[in-house]
Design a protein around this ligand. Structure first.
Ligand code: FES
Length: 76
């Protein structure tokens, strides 16, 4: 990953990421930062993926692990 040196580059990266997403495929984002991992985030991700697979919704719902957004006291 390249270093971002300006707000213009940041905006270009943001647009690139958004354009790669399917707006018709909902995404469940789960923080897997160290605080949330300590509070069971890995188990939550596994449970979500397992249930989505069991319901045969893998093509319709995405589960994405994210970095810490700063709500650690409320995570995961
Ligand atoms: S580690 Fe998950 S919100 Fe900070």
């Amino acid at each position: 990953m390249a270093k971002i040196n300006s707000t213009v580059e940041f905006e270009a990266l943001r647009k690139e990421i958004l354009s790669s997403r399917d707006p018709n495929r909902p995404c469940i984002a789960v923080c897997t930062g160290s605080g949330c991992l300590a509070l069971g985030a890995a188990n939550l991700v596994a449970a979500l993926k397992s249930e989505i697979k069991e319901q045969r919704l893998e093509q319709r719902i995405e589960v994405r692990e994210t970095g810490c957004p700063g709500f650690c006291e409320r995570g995961p």
